[in-house]
Design a protein around this ligand. Structure first.
Ligand code: HEC
Ligand code: HEC
Length: 178
């Protein structure tokens, strides 16, 4: 089976375009639940492949319209279930999707932990899909299959629609906050 790699070019371009150094933790005044393990947050500015980690990428892009790209799959990988919005996740993880036609799609997380499959690169993607996250040789799998490609719509800090929280790497099924 062929593994399709997408979004890599977009990620590289975005890295060059944003060119901001490592982020800084939010001020002590920010009252956010959860724990941001990376200590780095998206600080706004120009939209890029690293924007709004933890946010509902596809939902917001659909509402925004305009030049916001259309994705069939998009989300963020975290090291813990209770990561707050805009907190950078895990870079260098592989997200493997098996669509309903049995086709396997491989995506990689960028510096923000974000990954995305552009609609134009996957006109033949068939829902529902199964998902696996692999990092440093360890795999965490989602059971069952899902019909919504916007992972963070369900994988919120608290979890929606039965999800336990964020989509995490193996060993990350913990809540670090109180
Ligand atoms: C709250 C709304 C919102 C959320 C959440 C959001 N985006 Fe966006 N995004 C936008 C808008 C609006 C644009 C288009 C901005 C413009 O017109 O240039 C955009 C543009 C982009 C672009 C194109 C940037 C460029 O170089 O032109 C990428 C890539 C992108 N988003 C990825 C993501 C990913 C991945 C996520 C989820 C992890 C995400 N976005 C979450 C609103 C959002
Ligand atoms: C419609 C809601 C929904 C969407 C969308 C969704 N998931 Fe899930 N996910 C769930 C549920 C519910 C569970 C818990 C299943 C269980 O208990 O076995 C889960 C569990 C997981 C797990 C294991 C537990 C965890 O939190 O890490 C991973 C990994 C995962 N999903 C990855 C993904 C990825 C990657 C995407 C997007 C490509 C995605 N999910 C989209 C609902 C969703």
């Amino acid at each position: 089976m062929r593994v399709f790699v997408a979004a890599v070019v977009a990620v590289v371009v975005a890295l060059v375009a944003t060119a901001c150094g490592p982020g800084t933790p939010r001020g002590a005044g920010a009252s956010e639940e959860g724990v941001c393990v990376s200590g780095k947050y998206w600080r706004g500015g120009a939209p890029s492949a690293e924007m709004h980690p933890g946010g509902d990428c596809i939902g917001c892009h659909a509402r925004s319209g305009g030049s916001a790209p259309s994705f069939v799959i998009a989300g963020t990988v975290y090291p813990n279930l209770d990561a707050p919005m805009d907190c950078d996740g895990v870079a260098g993880a592989t997200v493997t999707l098996t669509d309903a036609a049995g086709k396997v799609w491989g995506l990689y997380t960028n510096e923000a932990g974000n990954f995305a499959l552009a609609a134009k690169d996957a006109p033949d993607f068939v829902f529902p899909f199964r998902a696996q996250i692999t990092y440093q040789g360890q795999t965490n799998e989602m059971d069952p299959a899902q019909g919504n490609g916007s992972c963070n719509a369900c994988h919120t800090l608290d979890g929606e629609n039965g999800a336990p929280g964020r989509a995490v790497i193996a060993g990350g099924e913990v809540r670090l906050g109180g």
